[in-house]
Design a protein around this ligand. Sequence first.
Ligand code: SAM
Length: 335
Amino acid sequence: MKKDCIKVSKQKGEPVRRLLLELELLDNSAKINSDPGYLYLPLTRIPDDTELELLNENESIELSEADFEEHEGIPRIEDLLENVPHFEIVGDIVLIESDVPEPEKVADAIMTIKPNVKTVLAAISPVEGEFRTRRFKTIAGENRTWTTHKEYGCRYHVDLEKAYFTPRLATERARIVKQINEGETVVDMFAGVGPYSIPIAKNSPAKKVIAIDKNPFAVEFLRKNIELNSVEDIEAIEGDANIEAEKFAAVADHVIMNLPHNAHQFLDAAIKLCAPQATIHYYDITPDDDLFEGAVELIGKAAENAGRSIEIIQERVVRSYAPHQYNVCIEVKVL
Ligand code: SAM
């Protein structure tokens, strides 16, 4: 059966496969094809321009067409449901949105095709409040919101109602881990349960990670996850990033600011944390008519107020967030 696909060199195939999965672009009904040099990854649809930009960013890929064999014996969700809703998998829990029609039927179909899933939850609130949490209703399976999620060789205990966690940023987090050099100190100002801090401590040559979060439950899970992953050199701190930053003036070679919508309120503190030449990884949600400019201006002003200046390293779209809104990452050097 002929299908649209992404052609990528074998060495670069795995990150591209993961990104396609995250973007829900990988067609799991077909077997991945290969020749001696390349992988052919079957697509559910042609990626849009932003998705292609993301896919092309680190690895050079090509849109192509190839023959694929179907997986036998495994029912496809499309065979069980007329309309397949968006869903996310965290550990053995599947999350669907609250407005999905016939949620029990959807949950049954998901549990049929994914036997490892033990619980299907529907979100009954948006991501809300200072701690960016959501509330859920159990649609099928075990009545719980806690699980253990695996990502890039790390494991995370998380309770989805008590602390923020999304599997959607896995590739983005891996991209940050790759940027950390020997002996560097990283401050993760909004660490959550640790999905940036833990892989940095485990898989990069960082000297030390300072991981701050205001949500006591998030920090409780962060501490459990430090233990679960047997990582050292992480200092987990429960507190307000603006206040805690005061104690670590000029220590950071990297500052991670993963609090989209509100990170601008912490820019003065972030600049204070920066050693000369440090990098700030600043996340925001921005409209498509001002993806980067407004946010860069805010970062520049905060630097200027502290008698410092910035150089832009990179501006990138991480994922689409809502119609005409994007989750972006801006990386600047603070001089
Ligand atoms: N970095 C984590 C991740 O990728 O899963 C968590 C990101 S979540 C979007 C933002 C986090 O910032 C939440 O865990 C929230 O509790 C924390 N937070 C909110 N306000 C804060 C503050 N003033 N100081 C420190 N942490 C804060």
